[in-house]
Design a protein around this ligand. Sequence first.
Ligand SMILES: [Zn+2]
Ligand SMILES: [Zn+2]
Length: 188
Amino acid sequence: MLITHDTRCALDAVVDLLNTAPEGEAPGAPDSLTDLSALQDFVRRNDVSGVGALAANDLAAVRTVRARFAQVFAAGDDRAAAEQLNALVASAGTTPQLTDHDGYDWHVHYFAPDASVADHLAADGGMALAFIVVAGERERLRRCEAPDCRHAFVDLSRNRSRRYCDSRTCGNRLHVAAYRARRREAAG
Ligand SMILES: [Zn+2]
Ligand SMILES: [Zn+2]
């Protein structure tokens, strides 16, 4: 599957946003996107361009977009995902613009020039997810199978075989637990 650089960056931002509130953890589990400085950090580390001063309503709006991305990841089929993505992208008021800013090669920005940070994420992240659906690759939008993790990730492996957000920690941890359980059974 060919993924252009800007689509990859948009997908990384979607995953990073989702993982500020990993799903399936105990109620009251840490949500790391609860104040403006956390949102500022998110914007900085994902290099979200063209975002001005942030206000409290930006935080609320980004949290809403996060919940909508989570619905896309949880969609049972392409049609459900498409309906959610169409609504999300429409609400963000996309305005595709070719650009080669800051030394990057030509790519398309989907967010409107004066978009809020939430609309920016909804437009570019929504379109990146739409391309995944168009490519017939929606199943690559995954949650880590480690039951106490459930972090979101996009499986970019050749054969779509990735089960854990990070196989060195989550995958390994489960293998060790399964090994210990087998040992206990053998010993019992
Ligand atoms: Zn750009
Ligand atoms: Zn994990």
